[in-house]
Design a protein around this ligand. Sequence first.
Ligand SMILES: CC(C)(COP(=O)(O)OP(=O)(O)OC[C@H]1O[C@@H](n2cnc3c(N)ncnc32)[C@H](O)[C@@H]1OP(=O)(O)O)[C@@H](O)C(=O)NCCC(=O)NCCS
Length: 173
Amino acid sequence: MLQAANYSAVELVRNGRPLEIRALRPDDQAEVLAAIGRTSAQSLYRRFLGAKREFTEREMAFFLNVDFVNHVALVAVIDEGGRQVICGGGRYIVVRPGTAELAFAVIDQYQGQGIGAALMRHLAAIARQRGLQELIADVLSDNVAMLKVFEKSGAPLSTKREGAVMHVALALS
Ligand SMILES: CC(C)(COP(=O)(O)OP(=O)(O)OC[C@H]1O[C@@H](n2cnc3c(N)ncnc32)[C@H](O)[C@@H]1OP(=O)(O)O)[C@@H](O)C(=O)NCCC(=O)NCCS
């Protein structure tokens, strides 16, 4: 049985630098806020499907206090001059039995290096192991990078476009 709360795995980003994919911890607040501070307005817009930079205490508590059963959150951690910093994160929240909704964000300077795909692989493995059947997401329809990460996951993908938003569903079983 995978222990999602203690989850940790090492990956390599595209230039060969090691990257840790690990469970988000409640004491990651300062690091998460620092990562948000380094993420562009456009990326935050794509993550939250609207303008967002400030978060209330309640929102932060929701993001940080995950139960690793119905709410699983992983972060990607990279070495920056000897300091381990969070450069991205992905989570899923169970929205109905068997189905969870995904969301991701990677700091702009680290995008396009395989970090989103690595987070996706690990989240999908946890979801499968937990017996979930479907992962869903709402993505802006011009969000090529996110759609590519879903396609590359290898899970059968269905999409439904509604205005500017694409409803994506990945079948896990
Ligand atoms: C979407 C996001 C999480 C993807 O993470 P990432 O680390 O950049 O993704 P990866 O590097 O693993 O892979 C992205 C893939 O899309 C491709 N890609 C990236 N930007 C692209 C673009 N503008 N056009 C075409 N392909 C693009 C990459 O080349 C890569 O494909 P490849 O492996 O075949 O080369 C990240 O870009 C991000 O945080 N965006 C802002 C927030 C967001 O959109 N969240 C999604 C809401 S759920």
